[in-house]
Design a protein around this ligand. Structure first.
Ligand SMILES: [Zn+2]
Length: 278
């Protein structure tokens, strides 16, 4: 397939740059090939100013801003995540002042979404209480500001579903890198969210995830790379980039028994609704 109508709902430009990838020539080639755009995802309370500057020449790349669960600081129950800077514990007051900085940045740098936000009990950053403080504060802002949210959930399905049901903003959002959890799917569909599948959809052992793809209504489906992570088969193991999303489109199309070009049109339409009046 070509890049015509193809979107990538979730990638991290800064993390690709940190890996030494030639991101901008890659984006230029992609857009020349018909790529329709995507969302560059924020991770920390202070990354928006730099990301806005980096991507100023790419109007089809929208920006989100957020404190992810990692911003709860060093896990108080588990060993530190390797290769990450979240090496020190954070106090509640530090988290609160970082939330203040983030909120100002979201307004000042006109983030189109709040994300990625959520819960991660796999790495178990900080404490659950701190993760909830960060997650729920931003869910409330999304309602106040009329923004959609982009949700990260790792090994925290029940709590994520509960927060989505209780605080899911009116305008909904996206479950990013959906891992197949039926309770999260149910809460998310109820609240009008889109469901985004990443490169792990293509992994041989993930038959259950492909099974779940068939349960997502076609008008709620999105695809993403989560670059530079989770490169799809047959490029698994490499640093991921948005051009690799073609393989995820092809896998999803095959799973759904349709051709990839038709799927791209449907997903582009979903993406247009997600990004309408942001
Ligand atoms: Zn991500």
């Amino acid at each position: 397939m070509t890049y015509r109508n193809v979107i990538d709902s979730h990638f991290h430009t800064q993390s690709m740059l940190q890996r030494g990838m030639d991101v901008f020539s890659l984006y230029d080639r992609l857009f020349d090939g018909g790529f329709a755009g995507g969302i560059d995802i924020g991770c920390t309370h202070d990354d928006l100013p730099q990301r806005r500057e980096l991507l100023k020449d790419y109007p089809a790349i929208l920006l989100s801003g957020a404190m992810g669960p990692w911003e709860a600081g060093r896990s108080e129950t588990k060993p530190v995540e390797p290769e990450y800077e979240y090496q020190s514990a954070k106090s509640i007051s530090q988290i609160e002042s970082e939330l203040d900085i983030l909120k100002e940045n979201i307004i000042r740098y006109k983030a189109s979404f709040i994300g990625e936000i959520g819960l991660d009990y796999y790495w178990d950053y900080g404490t659950h209480e701190k993760q909830h403080l960060i997650f729920e504060s931003q869910m409330r802002w999304a309602s106040e500001m009329g923004l959609r949210v982009l949700i990260h959930d790792r090994d925290a399905d029940a709590d994520t579903a509960e927060v989505i049901r209780r605080l899911g903003p009116d305008r909904g959002g996206v479950i990013h890198c959906f891992d197949g959890s039926p309770i999260v799917l149910e809460a998310a569909l109820e609240k009008g969210y889109f469901i985004s599948f990443a490169g792990n959809l293509t992994y041989k052992r993930n038959t259950d995830l492909r099974q779940m793809l068939r349960r997502v209504p076609m008008d709620r489906l999105l695809l993403e790379t989560d670059s530079p992570y989770l490169a799809p088969v047959p490029l698994r193991g490499q640093s991921n980039n948005p051009s690799f999303i073609i393989h995820t489109y092809e896998c999803a199309a095959e799973t759904l028994g349709m051709n990839a070009e038709d799927l791209a049109i449907i997903i582009k339409d979903n993406y247009d609704r997600l990004t309408a009046s942001v």
